[in-house]
Structures are given as structure tokens and as C-alpha cells.
Ligand binder design. Structure first.
Ligand code: SAH
Length: 240
């Protein structure tokens, strides 16, 4: 299997892995702030209670842990598996699960492509947030997600659009002017337009069903979901 990761990209996250659960840290503060927004959007499309969920590129488990709490609120016993290729991030995720007492989450150091061979059509819901723009071949991750989800199951991606506005806002604004995230976090060429992501998805039997934009207001310093997908956006897709 062709290796689909970039060691320098993984290092950006493992170097600051100790900060994953510091909601005030420059590295991960923004992910903590947007987490309730993306979680409630996912739940508005498919309730997580009792579901078997996979979180691809889970990092320190910010989304995994919150989904695992929702998944386990049913006697049917839902759970989340978080996967990543950053070992230090996974260790922090595991430690947090112990500290926060989230038994319905577990973590593994395995690629999406390898897991798709091991456990095809195994998950009701697959999430892959803020990760596609860090991998060399994002279409291969989309293909793996399509293989991992059960028929009629849901797949959620979030990433950053590629255009002049996203360059100005997600790189110049967020990294250099406002300092919302560390400099060098993102590379413009790796940003993904919604039409590209939707094309990769349709090619592997994932039907796009809805998109949401995620906007930041520098005056109020708040994030909000909206219909503007020109910078940060999420797409919900269903496997047919
Ligand atoms: N999805 C999490 C973390 C996003 S940060 C969240 O939204 O809260 C991006 C994550 O992608 C990092 O943890 C990084 O280690 C991971 N990543 C980058 N390339 C990867 C790859 N090829 N396979 C799996 N994970 C990868």
C-alpha cells in the first residue's frame, strides 16, 4: 500500500501534542471552540446515540471524546474509534480518555487505508475533520472513508477551501494577523475546493447531502455556522 502521510505535517501536531487538551492554547484553542458547533451539526444530521463511529485523523481526541459521550448515551452501547498516525497525539488522547472517564472511546495508530482493508463497512458514522488538507493524497482518504462506512451510513469531512479569500483569511488572517493558530499550520496549495471533494466522493459512492461554512467574526471573536463555504467548511455525505 502506498504510504499516504507527510512526516513534516504529522510533526506539526506531535510537537505540540501536550497542548491538545489546553483549550486556551494557540495550537488547539480554535478546535476546542468550534467543537460544539461541528458536534451539533453532525447530530442534527444523524443522532450518534448507540452508533459505531470512526474518527479519522483524531489527534488528541477533541471530537472523538465528545462523540463517544453522545454515542454511549444508549443501552445499545455506541462507541468511537479514533485513528491517527501521530503517536504522541494518540497517547494524549488515550490519557485524556482515562482522566475524563470516557470508556466508550478507543484509539489506534493505523492509517484509514489499512483499516479499510481490515474492517470494511464497519462504521455507522465516519468523521474526518481538519485533516484532508494535511495529507499528500486526500482522495485516497475519501476512498478509504467510503470503504469503512456501512451502506446508508454517514461521512463528514471538514477542510479549507482554496481561493483568494481563504488565502487571505485562513493563512494571512488566522496565522499572521489574528494569531488564531500557529504560523505554518496550513499550506495554501493543499486546500481543497468543495467541488473537488464532492467529485472524489461521488467517484466512490458517497453522495454529498449538505454543506456548512464555519465563519469567524474578529470583532465578536466568535465562530458560527453559516452557509458561506468560501473558507472553512464541512460536508455531510451518505454512502449509497
Ligand atoms: N480531527 C481532529 C484533529 C485535526 S488536526 C480535530 O479536528 O479535532 C490534524 C490531524 O490529522 C493531526 O492529529 C495529524 O496527526 C493528523 N494527520 C495528518 N496526516 C494524517 C494521516 N495521513 N493519517 C492520519 N492522520 C493524519
Amino acid at each position: 500500500m502506498k504510504q499516504n502521510f507527510d512526516a513534516a505535517e504529522l510533526a506539526k501536531f506531535t510537537d505540540v501534542a501536550h497542548d491538545w487538551w489546553d483549550a486556551g492554547s494557540p495550537s488547539f484553542g480554535a478546535l476546542h471552540t468550534i467543537n460544539p458547533l461541528r458536534l451539533s451539526w453532525i447530530e442534527s444530521i444523524t443522532p450518534l446515540s448507540g452508533k459505531r463511529i470512526l474518527d479519522v485523523g483524531c489527534g488528541g481526541g477533541i471530537l472523538s471524546d465528545s462523540m463517544a459521550r453522545k454515542a454511549a448515551t444508549n443501552t445499545a452501547g455506541g462507541s468511537v474509534l479514533g485513528i491517527d498516525l501521530g503517536r504522541e497525539s494518540l497517547q494524549i488522547a488515550q490519557l485524556h480518555a482515562l482522566e475524563a472517564n470516557t470508556p466508550s472511546v478507543s484509539y489506534r495508530d493505523i492509517s484509514a487505508e489499512a483499516l479499510a482493508i481490515e474492517s470494511p463497512a464497519s462504521f455507522d458514522v465516519v468523521t474526518c475533520m481538519e485533516m484532508l488538507e494535511h495529507v499528500p493524497d486526500p482522495a485516497a482518504i475519501v476512498r478509504a472513508a467510503a470503504a469503512l462506512v456501512k451502506p446508508n451510513g454517514w461521512v463528514f469531512f471538514s477542510t479549507i477551501n482554496r481561493n483568494l479569500q481563504s488565502f487571505a483569511s485562513a493563512i494571512v488572517g488566522a496565522e499572521y494577523v489574528l494569531g488564531l493558530i500557529p504560523r505554518g499550520t496550513h499550506e495554501y496549495a493543499k486546500f481543497i475546493q468543495p467541488a473537488e471533494l464532492m467529485r472524489w466522493a461521488r467517484n466512490v459512492g458517497l453522495m454529498p447531502q449538505g454543506t456548512r461554512g464555519l465563519g469567524y467574526n474578529p470583532i465578536t471573536q466568535r465562530y458560527a455556522l453559516n452557509s458561506d463555504t468560501s473558507v472553512n467548511y464541512m460536508i455531510a455525505m451518505q454512502k449509497c
